[in-house]
Design a protein around this ligand. Sequence first.
Ligand code: MN3
Length: 233
Amino acid sequence: MKSIVLSLIFVAATVFTQAQNSLLSQKVSELKFYQLPYEYSALEPVIDALTVEIHYSRHHKAYFNNFMKLAAEMNYLEMTVGEVFSKASSYPAGVRNNGGGCYNHILYCEIIKPGNRKDISPALSNAITRDFGTIDNMIAQINDVALKRFGSGWAWLVVEGNGKLRVGSTSNQDNPLMDVSDFKGIPLIGIDIWEHAYYLKYQNKRGEYVKSFWSLINWEVVSALYDEAIRKQ
Ligand code: MN3
């Protein structure tokens, strides 16, 4: 039984990390718009179908279109997305806003996709205990930075270069892979705290949205991202 569970985790890890790697290591000229791997209604009742539809087909799509539009003008068509992020400071803000908008939303959609929401890997579980004491403490810290972010942005759980897990937040569509960000690491969880992510259902109650968001987290996907991040070090 254990080996079946482990091989299922491995398959999921392979599927997702290929998607993530192919984005960061893909040339901008070869990018295609991300295909949402579930129905708009799949996140009900936590995130309503209309919010998912507008978020994906308008906001996410616009970031992608704009990032591609700027590519020829800014001469990064032959660079990888990861390279663009690592040189974000050398481009106008539109590049990081739209490039971040592409990457951040793919992570967001993937970590809440339906599937195995319950099982966290022993490796990630041990790292959480080591760095936060308990998972509830980690979640409380992420909720706290999400609430304290003034205006639009993202709340993150990342793996730092030294292998430690850390919680932080960035503004707008910046992410911890960009040279412009003070907060750096490989993202495992990214919570979109722009109002467009929750306003239809939660209005001004960002705290309720963030709290509810945790019931959607697919811990199998997040565990696979952790394994991949640790392997890269
Ligand atoms: Mn968004």
